[in-house]
Design a protein around this ligand. Structure first.
Ligand code: AMP
Length: 176
């Protein structure tokens, strides 16, 4: 991916101040998704990073992690597993509560979604404080997955979220 492509992607991410709470600058990726070329380039960034790695499952975080995660799983030809907000998954789940940049929440994972020992890559649109991803990591491990990689389109580096993912290789493509 050229520097120019990265600059175009960065420029397409829209800052929305005070959403969903005062003081938060929300990184809105809908302009990236709405542009066919940029959406493809953003998925390609994840795919390039996955290249040559042993990956059995892609886990995507509700909801924007589904957009990139499912595209990546499709292209790799591996299964996609949704990590969902509380109350959305129909079968037996493991549940974890967590805090994120702008609140508190609970998420769930189906207990049989990952086979014991499977190599997992975790995908989301953005890494902020790392609370969401740390909770995702604990759920993945609880059901037996081997979380080797976590990938994010955007990283808010000043929040040091990657420190919450010890033992996992963390990659992001657009940094603020
Ligand atoms: P955190 O748990 O603080 O790392 O927050 C990450 C999760 O919250 C991701 O699922 C993001 O989609 C969302 N998020 C947190 N902060 C922002 C932000 N400033 N802009 C957009 N999404 C955010």
């Amino acid at each position: 991916m050229s520097e120019e492509d990265i600059s175009r992607l960065r420029a397409a991410v829209r800052d929305v101040p005070d959403f969903p709470k005062p003081g938060i600058i929300f990184k809105d990726i809908t302009p990236v998704l709405a542009d066919g070329e940029l959406f493809r380039k953003s998925v390609d960034l994840f795919l390039k990073e996955c290249h040559g790695k042993l990956i059995d499952k892609v886990v995507g975080i509700d909801a924007r992690g589904f957009l990139f995660g499912s595209a990546v799983a499709y292209e790799l030809g591996v299964g996609f597993v949704p990590l969902r907000k509380k109350g959305r998954l129909p079968y037996k789940t493991e549940r974890a509560s967590y805090s994120l940049e702008y609140g508190e929440a609970e998420m769930e994972l189906h207990i049989d979604a990952i086979e014991r020992g499977e190599k997992v890559v975790l995908i989301d649109d953005l890494l902020a404080t790392g609370g969401t991803s740390a909770s995702a990591a604990s759920l993945i491990r609880k059901v037996g997955g081997d979380l080797t990689e976590a990938m994010f389109l955007i990283e808010l580096e000043f929040l040091h979220g990657r420190s919450k993912l010890p033992g996992t290789s963390v990659t992001s493509f657009l940094k603020w």
